[in-house]
Design a protein around this ligand. Structure first.
Ligand code: AMP
Length: 331
């Protein structure tokens, strides 16, 4: 690797020992499976696909696998379908690398537990340290920011192809809200710079990430006609199962319009509340301009980052209290 940015070196320093432990484990195993969280987002899928390509490019003789549920709209537009592996594959020794996932219950495929060795790489506040090696750095805006810092810092001649880099970039742009959240630091930009240097076309990446169909505008229209705002600027919209059917969308897509409210005067926090009849709950995505909302999320079976968290309520009876808890942050 050519001369790397000073900020990347500085950030890597306290983690170098762990990075090389991870590299050694990668070298040891012939079979490696990459996992990430359920209901995946750009970071979960982009980091997983970026690392998958990097491993294939640099260790062509190893068997690398990419697991977890497909995404309702990112697959196959942005990421290939995940692999349907039969049980035999997991009966031989393999290394599991689990990306962007704070706790065991959110890992998208349960077969990670069969691994001979487990490595967790994450940027969420540590809920459970389920790996033999736990590489956790909560200062990073995205899991991909950690992984790329590691890949650029380890000793040895490794290539970072533009295919791997563009996936890591999708992850980084996704979880930093296109470099808008306060989690974005000079280091985030240093990583973005290294990725961009590989030569992928930025406009192609963004077009694929934020592509919409004309019928998606009907969902946006519904949200704009039905949102509410609390006294101190908590905006929210509810998509009941019935409305989802009317609009022809799946539950996973309920949060797609949440950021409509991101730059509106007087709106401090914004949420999508989407009924999930399979899980008998309402899934909530919460975003914030400045104030940290993850503690409120944690009160409602959730968690996440200061400005982007997820939560759940069982019924709409809890909605008023949930909005009040967010609203109270601004009194
Ligand atoms: P979402 O609104 O689903 O896009 O989630 C926003 C952020 O919060 C992502 O980084 C998620 O990984 C995280 N998150 C969502 N739900 C949970 C949860 N139940 N526990 C911990 N983190 C979560």
């Amino acid at each position: 690797m050519n001369k790397i940015d000073r900020l990347i070196k500085k950030e890597a320093k306290p983690f170098l020992k762990q990075y090389h432990e991870i590299l050694n484990e990668i070298k040891k195993f012939d079979k490696i499976a990459l996992f990430r969280h359920i209901m995946p987002d750009f970071d979960a899928m982009g980091t997983q696909m970026g690392l998958y390509i990097w491993l294939k490019d640099n260790f062509p003789n190893k068997e690398i696998r990419y697991l977890g549920d497909n995404h309702v709209s990112f697959t196959p537009r942005l990421f290939p379908e995940t692999e349907k592996l039969n049980e035999d594959w997991f009966n031989e020794p393999f290394l599991a690398i689990i990306l962007d996932t704070a706790n065991k219950s959110r890992i998208a495929d349960p077969r990670w537990a069969k691994a001979s060795l487990i490595i967790k790489i994450d940027h969420h506040p540590a809920v459970e340290q389920f790996g033999h090696i736990n590489l956790v750095n909560t200062k990073m805006a995205a899991a991909s920011e950690i992984v790329v810092n590691m890949l650029l810092s380890i000793k040895g001649k490794y290539i970072l192809s533009k295919e791997a880099a563009s996936n890591f970039y999708i992850a980084l742009a996704g979880d930093s809200g296109r470099f808008q959240y306060n989690s974005t630091t000079p280091h985030t930009f240093a990583i973005a710079k290294e990725l961009l240097k590989t030569g992928f076309t930025l406009s192609n990446v963004y077009q694929k990430m934020y592509y919409k169909k004309i019928e998606d505008l009907k969902v946006t229209a519904y949200v704009l006609n039905n949102f509410k705002v609390s006294e101190h600027g908590v905006a929210y919209y509810v998509l009941s199962d019935e409305v989802q059917k009317e609009l022809n969308i799946t539950t996973e897509r309920g949060k797609e319009n949440v950021n409509i409210f991101s730059n509106i005067e007087g709106i401090n926090v914004w949420c999508s509340i989407t009924e999930d009849i399979k899980d008998k709950c309402y899934r909530i995505s919460i975003r914030s301009k400045e104030k940290a909302i993850n503690e409120v999320a944690a009160k409602y079976e959730g968690g996440g980052h200061a400005q982007a968290s997820g939560a759940k309520i069982k019924t709409l009876d809890q909605l008023e209290q949930f909005i009040k808890d967010l609203d109270d942050l601004f009194i």
